[in-house]
Write a protein that binds this ligand. Structure first.
Ligand code: SIN
Ligand code: FE
Length: 292
């Protein structure tokens, strides 16, 4: 199973030639992880104070930054550290956005730079309920944030100051997983999405697509046999590297590692070169109906 496609970019702000753009789009849309072994996100000297899990508030697993308004959530930082944290996250958000726009110019018209996250806690050994446990294979789908078929793309950089890699498992192709797991997914009553939106439990009304994706996320995480026996491959992203993928499509699990920055993007499935590979199109084909 070939899960990575390697690109040799060594700088965030470079011109990407057309042939490389085409290869990158074909690879990421078919479910590969694009891996940039030479693309380091370097910290400024004053940012070293951020390399500690103590910047996290109690109970939060990451710090989040909203590039739209500069607001930080999940951090407990004092005095001068707060602006340092914000500056690092803003810089990461800017770099990741510039890179994604450069590699995928076709995505630009519908591309939204969503939350940025900083993950300073060691993953291995943390205890979570199965649905929150990202050491289990899953596709990303979030209970409070319906996407209505829009894609979720994420850029990650391992900024570990030592040599600890981010260790992932990557699972089988999305259509294979969906065929196996869809029969286990319970369909919500039609009133449910409306109730959830009315009570403020979701931001907007969940589409059928959102309900199915959440169902697939949960079904895979709860299925011990699937976790153990489905096709999967372990990959390591060393300190100083960057990688990106459609996390709504790539079955992934994070097993260990500490100090990662991540930028989330949303874009329309129609902006893709192979729109048929979008989860919404795959699920619509399997279900035989429109889902958004
Ligand atoms: C995840 O998206 O499931 C976790 C990825 C990571 O933090 O490395
Ligand atoms: Fe995930």
């Amino acid at each position: 199973m070939d899960v990575l496609t390697t690109l040799d970019l060594a700088e965030w702000n470079v011109a990407v030639p057309q042939n490389l753009r085409n290869d990158a789009a074909a690879a990421i849309e078919s479910g590969k992880v694009l891996y940039f072994p030479k693309l380091r996100f370097a910290l400024n000297r004053d940012e070293d104070v951020l390399l500690s899990p103590t910047v996290l508030g109690g109970g939060d697993k990451n710090v989040s930054y909203d590039p739209a308004n500069g607001k930080i959530k999940g951090a407990v930082v004092e005095g001068t550290t707060a602006p340092i944290l914000r500056a690092m996250m803003r810089r990461y958000s800017d770099y990741a956005t510039r890179l994604v726009r450069e590699i995928f110019p076709a995505y630009a018209p519908t591309l939204e730079t969503a939350r940025t996250s900083y993950r300073p806690a060691e993953i291995a050994g943390r205890k979570y309920t199965p649905t929150k446990d990202d050491t289990r294979l899953h596709v990303d789908a979030f209970p409070t944030r319906p996407v209505h078929g829009r894609r979720i793309m994420r850029v990650f950089s391992n900024i570990n100051p030592g040599d600890a890699p981010r260790v992932w498992k990557v699972g089988e192709p999305f259509p294979d997983m969906a065929k196996k797991m869809l029969p286990q997914v319970k369909r919500p009553m039609a009133i449910m999405p409306l109730l959830l939106a009315a009570t403020g439990s979701t931001r907007g009304v969940r589409s059928r697509y959102d309900s199915l994706m959440l169902g697939l996320h949960d079904a895979a995480k709860f299925d011990e046999t699937y976790q153990r026996t489905s096709p999967q491959k372990q990959v390591e992203f060393p300190a100083g590297t960057t990688w990106m993928c459609f996390t709504d499509q790539v079955m992934h699990a994070a097993l260990s590692g500490q100090f990662v920055l991540e930028q989330t993007f949303h874009l329309d499935a129609e902006a893709m070169t192979i729109p048929e590979s979008a989860p919404v199109r795959v699920l619509e084909k399997l279900e035989g109906r429109a889902l958004v």
